[in-house]
Ligand binder design. Structure first.
Ligand code: FES
Length: 212
């Protein structure tokens, strides 16, 4: 169960317990005023018992009624599976890029050339708008994995196809408003405020990554 669903369930239970507690207190106070004779007391005790029993059954009913709704809010197994994507890298040649979908977003995977790796490493961090070392953006320097979403207004930058322009820094170019990213996906020129994001991923073997 997700945190949101747990909160919902506990809220419903909390409201029920609160109402139960308040109703019980009110009932007891009203009863105290009217308990004058032993005959009345006996009647009231029976009434209390009926009252408490019906409240308990009602409570169980509320929880039973709500449970399927709360449960239906959990993501289904197939939805959870979409949260991660495995990608086989073995067919990607040096210098090539592919785009895969992850959670509805394009993810760029580039097998970088020696030249691209060197360019990415030999950058003075002081000149970067969003300073970040290349080594902090990759798990293996040959492989760069990025969310293909411009950090300005969300366009998909060019640079994946061999025929695409890669911008002034040999990475990606966003034609929407002219943002240039380098071969580490860092913003180098234009209005985008941040580097292309690196999604969570890991190598599950030499040639396969799992994103998400
Ligand atoms: S959306 Fe990419 S530069 Fe504006």
């Amino acid at each position: 169960m997700t945190t949101a669903n747990s909160l919902l369930l506990f809220s419903v239970l909390g409201i029920f317990v609160f109402c139960y507690f308040v109703a019980t207190r009110v009932w007891i106070k009203v009863d105290e005023k009217h308990k004058k004779t032993s005959e009345d007391n006996e009647k009231n005790t029976r009434r209390d018992f009926l009252y408490l029993s019906s409240m308990s059954i009602g409570g169980i009913g509320v929880v039973t009624f709500m449970w399927p709704f709360v449960k239906s809010m959990n993501p289904a197994e197939d939805t959870l599976a979409l949260g991660s994507t495995e990608v086989n890298l073995s067919d990607i040649l040096i210098g090539q890029s592919i785009t895969v979908k992850w959670r509805g977003k394009p993810v760029f995977i580039r097998r970088r050339t020696e030249e691209e790796i060197l360019e990415a490493k030999n950058v003075d961090l002081n000149i970067l708008k969003d300073p970040m070392l290349d080594e902090d953006r990759v798990k293996k320097e040959e492989w760069l994995v990025l969310e293909g979403v411009c950090t300005h207004l969300g366009c998909v930058p060019l640079g994946q196809k061999m025929s695409d322009t890669k911008g002034e820094y040999n990475g990606w170019f966003c034609p929407c408003h002219g943002s240039h990213y380098d071969s580490s996906g860092r913003i180098r020129k234009g209005p985008a405020p941040e580097n292309l994001a690196v999604p969570p991923y890991k190598f599950i073997n030499e040639t396969t990554i799992k994103i998400g």
